[in-house]
Design a protein around this ligand. Structure first.
Ligand code: ADP
Ligand code: MG
Length: 239
């Protein structure tokens, strides 16, 4: 089975400070993988290197079996889901969701169809004519996701998409994202520092600390058989 995304000995240096210290990881098609770890451990940097938003210092990023290390973000077929505040305030939901297709020069009818499909998957059909400020936080977050769905990406990349939401909404959106993963059957890589989010959403969790992987495994494996004290304490298992 070929991996959707593979990291081979990936390193990142900012000047002479090394923040990612040789990461090897294969993510399978349709897998929901979560990078979890304390603030500053390198989660965003790793995700941004996969997306192509940050240069890889050493090693390779393979996307769909192709060496994408030197490719610009637009060539990788990946969608980075930004937080909901990145919506265009002057555009309605339909325009927000179709914007990237419009700039890519896709025909109007095709854009309309793809936006309708994404709106259906996200239950946003009734809100297509509204502006972001006329939506709830959860609806806005769904529009932010909808903007990437229309591009039919090979994988979705999320960087703490729920961190700005209040607790109740976070729980609601966690459920939405889980459902979306089922509906789309898409590969998803998701960054969070929230253990509960990781434990409830992930097929596999990658625990990072100081730019290295401490353990990779299914939520239950990490809980029952943490590799070390750090993982045990971070996941909250009774070791
Ligand atoms: P996380 O997302 O896990 O909180 P980051 O990937 O944002 O961590 O950061 C990892 C480390 O790299 C941190 O020590 C951070 O200060 C450092 N870092 C991130 N971006 C830069 C940058 N552009 N220049 C220098 N250091 C950076
Ligand atoms: Mg981060």
């Amino acid at each position: 089975m070929s991996s959707a995304i593979e990291l081979r000995a990936v390193e990142k240096w900012f000047g002479d400070v090394q923040v990612i210290k040789g990461i090897d990881l294969a993510i399978e098609e349709g897998e929901f993988v979560i990078f979890v770890g304390p603030s500053g451990c390198g989660k965003s940097t790793l995700l941004r290197m996969i997306a192509g938003l940050e240069e890889v210092s050493r090693g390779q990023v393979i996307v769909g079996g192709r060496d994408a290390t030197a490719e610009p973000p637009s060539k990788r077929g990946l969608a980075m889901v930004f937080q909901s505040y990145a919506l265009y305030p002057h555009m309605n939901v339909r325009e927000n969701m179709g914007f990237s297709l419009k700039t890519a020069g896709r025909p109007k009818a095709e854009i309309a169809q793809m936006v309708d499909e994404a709106a259906r998957a996200l239950r946003l059909e009734e809100y297509l004519d509204r502006r972001p400020k006329e939506l709830s936080g959860g609806q806005r977050q769904r529009v932010a996701i909808g903007r990437s769905i229309v591009r039919d990406p090979t994988a979705f990349l999320f960087d703490e998409p729920l961190s700005n939401l209040d607790a109740a909404l976070r729980v609601e959106m966690r459920y939405e994202i889980a459902k979306l993963h089922q509906t789309l059957d898409a590969t998803m890589i998701y960054v969070t520092h929230d253990q509960v989010e990781a434990m409830t959403l992930a097929d596999r969790i990658v625990v990072l600390q100081g730019g290295v992987i401490e353990q990779v495994g299914r939520p239950r494996e990490l809980y029952e058989r943490p590799a070390n004290l750090f993982v045990a304490q971070f996941i909250g298992s009774p070791k």
